[in-house]
Design a protein. Structure first.
Length: 310
């Protein structure tokens, strides 16, 4: 009888159709009553016990009404304007979604006493020093990073119970998603196309399945404050591409190295945004997969989905 839960706590997942949002929904469904929101008319995932509402986080009244009706114990926000170069061109939209949207969530959370877990990014750092811990001073290089930092500050100054999860280089599979870095490389190499990949950008590739499990722990432990949560291994994008070729039995000779300065990307990139992950290991007791294990897991999932489709 001791552990018998009479009712499930409720979690509102914002951005439920995204790469991470889908994994959060799947991961929380066993233990929580899950309600997702997104802008798409239909949810990407359909489960009997999963409810979904079309809602834009920039609409404060709609958010308030949804929170008032669903009465969640937790809000997990994985929605964002995530196109880093697009943010430089669409600054107004980017600010509305990444900052005003988060302020709307904070206001609703404050009014109804809800604990928020918000997903942020390594792009709050300039990538000069690397090995950033949760106390390191942010200094974003581009507009995306500036908006993500402004959202962190809005949450902290709102005074609500809130955990900010900083993460990076997400990969994984889901339904109706754009390519992430890893699935893009797999597609290019599978098609026999040669690719140029930067060898001077370093970070921790992070399997979304792992990240969703770590977020579940953050919620279970009702953590507040900033947490660096990312895959356990740091490497360059070029090394990651080589590893992908190895794990997926693809032709690594198609991968050529290039420098970031020669790519002419619209938004400047932090070159070394590596994290010190000790706080998360100590307080959450959870270590995410290294790159090899993360890629093996993804390969298994992709193989299974092909089997199901055939
Ligand atoms: N991807 C990475 O490598 C990476 C790295 C560091 C941090 N992060 C952070 O991790 C989080 C999840 O990233 P992700 O890669 O899973 O993102 P994603 O796949 O681009 O998904 C983001 C979701 O946000 C939703 N969204 C956007 N604007 C919205 C609005 N106004 N109202 C409601 N929903 C809205 C979209 O919903 P619809 O599809 O329904 O429009 C989309 O499904 C984000 O906070 C991102 O900043 C990502």
């Amino acid at each position: 009888m001791g552990n018998l839960k009479l009712f499930k706590q409720k979690v509102l997942v914002i951005g439920a159709n995204g790469l991470l949002g889908q994994k959060i929904v799947e991961t929380f469904l066993d233990d929580f009553e899950v309600h997702g929101i997104g802008r798409k008319n239909k949810p990407s995932l359909e489960f009997d016990k999963f409810n979904y509402t079309v809602c834009d986080i920039t609409n404060r009244e709609q958010i308030l009404e949804l929170v008032r009706t669903f009465e969640p114990h937790f809000i997990v926000n994985s929605a964002a304007y995530t196109d880093v170069d697009g943010c430089e061109d669409e600054k107004e939209d980017c600010w509305k979604i990444n900052v005003v949207g988060v302020e709307n969530l904070a206001k609703a959370a404050k009014r109804f006493g809800i604990h928020v877990v918000h997903i942020s990014t390594d792009y709050v750092f300039d990538g000069v020093e690397g090995n950033y811990d949760e106390e390191s001073r942010p200094k974003p290089l581009g507009y995306y990073g500036r908006t993500k930092l402004a959202a962190e500050n809005a949450l902290i100054s709102s005074g609500i119970d809130c955990a900010i999860v900083r993460t990076m280089v997400l990969f994984g599979m889901g339904i109706d998603l754009n390519h992430n870095f890893v699935t893009w490389i797999i597609e290019k190499l599978t098609n026999g196309e040669s690719i140029k990949i930067v060898d001077d950008q370093f970070g921790h590739p992070t399997l979304v399945d792992d990240l969703a499990k770590a977020i579940l722990k953050i919620v279970d432990l009702k953590k507040t404050g900033i947490y660096n949560i990312a895959g356990s291994e740091c490497m360059s994008r070029f090394e990651l591409a080589q590893k992908i070729a190895e794990v997926f039995d693809l032709n690594s000779a198609l991968i050529h190295s290039i420098k970031t300065k020669d790519l002419n990307q619209k938004a400047p990139r932090p070159l070394n945004s590596s994290f010190d992950l000790n706080k998360t290991l100590k307080e959450i007791g959870f270590q995410l997969s290294d790159v090899e294990k993360g890629l093996q897991t993804l390969r298994q999932q992709l193989d299974n989905s092909k089997l199901l489709a055939s």
